[in-house]
Design a protein around this ligand. Sequence first.
Ligand code: ZN
Length: 270
Amino acid sequence: MPELPEVEVTRRGLAPRLKGRVISGVAVREPRLRWPVPRDVLALAGRRVLGVRRRAKYLLVDCGDGHLILHLGMSGSLRLLPPGTPALKHDHFDLELGDRVLRLRDPRRFGAVLWTTGDLAAHPLLAHLGIEPLSRALDARRLHAMTRAHRTAIKLFLMDARRIVGVGNIYASESLFRARIDPRKPARALSLEQCRRLSEAVKRTLQAAIRAGGSTLRDFVGADGGSGYAQQRHFVYDRAGKDCRRCGTPIRKLAQGQRSTYFCPTCQKR
Ligand SMILES: [Zn+2]
């Protein structure tokens, strides 16, 4: 599933290639995505793309009087292709931009193509999202303040998109290892110093993944879990029983909220 780093790499690839271009046409081959693709998108031709932003895992294409909201779902990818490139089975949506086509491929159809002319911050999909981990909003003081009322395990707190967006299972385990914090520790028991280490670790972990993904970016934009992401060398994730890269202790695995957590019992003491 595309995670925040993949979506951010996609955004960085798309933004300079889309900005300033005029939409020349729209093709909807399959409107039954996560939500039905609204008919409004068929009327987008003639609008100019002013920019591409990201909120959590949503890409927001600014069309002046409204935003196209794109989500890659479980299996989606966006590519820029020459016009006339034959559409394959799972190529459900095209945004035509003159001499190139932005094409959404989404085999499992959990992705989204939506249109809104309202206030983005108040959109039902965006209104309840937590803070952006790569922004200044996430720092030691903010994390410390946010966690005071929560006795839930810090790993689960980190993954709760109502608090902080985009910290998926892999990145939560990796960040807690970098910060040397036991994933089972109650969120409200973290010290300010631990919140400092953790907020920095989350940013470093996501930035490393973005760099790894960015290296795979070529003349098209792909968010299909290409080789750059697979080459990432995890500290703990999916390494149960293997030696900790820092201290040599075997990495342990446990279940938290139906997801696997990996940690080093020596580096991440309770
Ligand atoms: Zn260790």
